[in-house]
Write a protein that binds this ligand. Structure first.
Ligand code: GAL
Length: 680
């Protein structure tokens, strides 16, 4: 179990370093991430290099038994680079450059930045690749975090190269992007730009490709640096810290290239759904590399400083959130950062060693946590623990939230709603793209899978044929990978398995008075292009009741579908699709395929899920999961956490790790958790 933090010794006089190492030993720190923002110290001017300080601190840490996760230090380019090479600067949508003075102002596509970064990484890898204290490489930092879109000339040129590779010819691009519409036909790739500021809805296929391009560009920075590290003969695992469900980076496509998944997670203390949001993030990163543990590379010991207001964590919350990470697959618990900065933009951010020193609750909790982690035996690898696959797909996320659609939706939140319903029942879930749904799962839920690639459709269909239970919909199987309608209507790929054909979307928009209120605040016409919700269709409210074997209400859409060859499990009892099927099921191959023509609301989701779990023969880890309690399985390890503010009685199988005592039925105090050995 790794335990430690980002360490920025270059922000401090050297005489503090020995004290740092002594305190690290006291806290049980095993590993620190070093040098993440040290470029201007390592290369103070174009022709000057200074590695002596880094030699000294790595040696000191190593002598103290502390391993180094060595950063490639490229996350913030030194100011001299802006003046010497203005072409390294990234640009916003209107083409205006970002400037230094914060961090991450460079264009990841700039050949100059890439050349200068490569030189730094090469020197670091050659110098430290065989240092016994270096245990891992930390490429850049949170690639794309602040600068997720770059509209610089360098990005423009690189986008054209990327498009050339993808399409081979401008004719193929014209076809994929549907440029016959609105006179957008290109004569050559030199006429193509990233989707810069435009007066109205931009070509959705172009926007989608640009998002793919940006994600690939950040990945390319990683691959470049990894290649350099390997070319220097450095054998350590190479990683880069991810940010969970971070919209601009398709981590599912990055994961195969990354030796160990590392993730940063900063839950909002004011988020009432916090424990579900974090459980979602942990499940997502665990699912990126099935069967492998991951490392929580950054979390805050206490408050952050970058939200509008930044309350402290409640006592015990840090340990409970840590237990959640371990229960959901983490083998390393690290913080941002070791010692609180005394200057700069993050001086109010918490750390393991606060500005107020070691008498603080934060320090004491960090030390206690270190002790508790050190006592843990080797934990089983997360394996085939999840009977349920929840389809989560970045390309679909980008496309489904595009402009000009029947209704606006928040894809991440909608997938999270399903995830939370499963977590409440103590059921483990993997979050995977459709192509990764296979026979290891018993149930797959694919909400709002608007963009469905051929391979994804094939995987979902063969999952059902092989005996799985699939629940699809709504607003699923609408476009191909280029965000184009396919020939033959909608549900063209999954329709045969579902036994359902599609007529119309029929959005359920907010009640009419909300629309009126929004309009009242607007000037001018409410015509196409105004930034507001569409008028309600037929005066329909925000939900539509459905009735039958399942009852409840649906939200977002009440699609009109024909159940040509499927059982009607429930029918719309109100709303724009009254009388039409709301939930259908069809036996297909050895499995079954359900279609949901609406998104069940918070209450209805339980009943729908119950029916799906029943069909798939999936049960939760505990007979009863009390409110506020979370249970997670990781091989034989069962983690039980009380996230609530009141004590709660829990009955669970297995024995306590450490003492071997049977857990049985016992009360867990607020934020208390238990690790149990509980073979299936
Ligand atoms: C992360 C970043 C760290 C630090 C931290 C503060 O996004 O990687 O360098 O800024 O946030 O919460």
């Amino acid at each position: 179990m790794l335990y430690g933090a980002d360490y920025n010794p270059d922000q401090w006089p050297e005489d503090i370093w020995p004290e740092d190492v002594a305190l690290m030993r006291e806290a049980g720190v095993t590993t620190v991430s070093l040098g993440i923002f040290s470029w201007s110290r390592l290369q103070p001017s174009p022709d000057t290099w200074d590695f002596a300080w880094l030699d000294r601190i790595i040696d000191l840490l190593h002598a103290g038994g502390i391993g180094v996760n060595l950063a490639t230090a490229t996350a913030s380019a030194p100011p001299w680079m802006t003046t010497a090479h203005p072409d390294i600067l990234a640009a916003d949508e209107s083409g205006s450059p970002y400037w230094h003075g914060s961090r991450q102002h460079h264009s990841p596509a700039s050949p100059t930045w890439r050349r200068l970064a490569a030189e730094l990484v090469r020197r670091l890898a050659e110098r430290y690749g065989d240092h016994p204290g270096v245990v891992m490489w930390h490429v850049d930092n949170e690639l794309g975090c602040h600068l997720n879109e770059d509209f610089s000339d360098a990005a423009r040129d690189a986008f054209r190269v990327w498009l050339e590779k993808r399409y081979g010819s401008v004719d193929a691009l014209n076809d994929a992007w549907g440029t016959a519409f609105w006179s957008q036909r290109y004569g050559s790739l030199d006429e193509v730009f990233p989707p810069r500021n435009a007066p109205f809805i931009r070509n959705p296929s172009q926007v989608l490709d640009y998002k793919r391009f940006m994600s690939d560009t950040w990945l390319d920075v990683f691959l470049d640096q990894k290649r350099i590290i390997r070319a220097a003969g450095a054998p350590q695992p190479v990683s880069t810290n991810m940010m969970g469900a971070f919209p601009p980076a398709d981590y599912a496509s990055w994961a195969p290239h990354i030796d160990v998944i590392t993730d940063d997670c900063y839950p909002d203390p004011l988020d009432p759904q916090r424990r579900f949001t974090t459980a979602f993030q942990r499940d997502l990163v665990r699912s990126l590399k099935r069967g492998q543990p991951w490392i929580l590379m950054e979390q805050a010991t206490d408050a952050v400083n970058w939200r509008p207001s930044n309350p402290s964590k409640m006592p015990g919350q840090l340990a409970a959130e840590t237990a959640q990470s371990i229960g959901r697959g983490a083998d390393g618990i690290m913080f941002f950062q070791w010692r609180q900065s005394r200057a700069g933009a993050e001086k109010f951010h918490s750390a393991m060693v606060p500005q107020a020193g070691t008498r603080t609750r934060t320090w004491q909790e960090a030390v206690a946590l270190g002790e508790r982690l050190a006592e843990l035996p080797e934990l089983p690898s997360p394996g085939d623990d999840a009977p349920v696959a929840l389809v989560f797909d970045w390309e679909n996320w980008w496309a489904v939230e595009g402009e000009g659609h029947p209704t606006r939706l928040d894809y991440l939140q909608l997938v999270r709603d399903w995830h939370a319903a499963l977590v409440c029942r103590g059921i483990m879930v993997d979050l995977v793209p459709p192509e990764r749904v296979d026979s290891r799962y018993r149930l797959a839920i694919a909400p709002f899978l608007y963009l469905l690639r051929d391979a994804g459709a094939a995987a979902l269909t063969s999952f059902v044929e092989g005996g799985g239970v699939l629940a699809a919909g709504p607003f699923t199987d609408i476009v191909d990978e280029n965000d184009r309608f396919r020939d033959g209507g909608f549900l063209t790929q999954l329709g045969p398995a579902l036994g359902v054909a599609f007529e119309d979307f029929r959005p359920l928009v907010p009640p009419a008075r909300d629309v009126v209120a929004e309009r009242a605040g607007e000037e001018g016409s409410a015509g196409a292009g105004s930034d507001q919700v569409a008028a309600p269709i037929g005066g329909v409210g925000a939900s539509a009741a459905f009735d039958g074997r399942l009852r409840g209400s649906g939200t977002f859409v009440a699609e009109a579908v024909w159940a040509d060859d499927a059982e009607e499990v429930a029918t719309f009892a109100s709303g724009p699709s009254e009388g039409r099927p709301a939930v259908t099921r069809r036996a297909h191959g050895s499995g079954s395929a359900w279609y949901l023509a609406t998104m069940p609301d918070a209450e209805a989701i339980d009943g729908v899920l119950e029916a799906l779990l029943d069909d798939a023969g999936v049960a939760g880890e505990l007979d009863d999961v009390p409110a506020g309690v979370e249970v997670a399985r990781r091989g034989e390890l069962l983690t039980v956490i009380n996230h609530g503010t009141e004590p709660v009685e829990v009955t669970a199988p297995g024995t306590l790790l450490g003492t071997g005592e049977a857990f049985g039925t016992r009360a867990l105090a607020p934020q208390e958790f238990a690790f149990l050995r509980a073979p299936r």
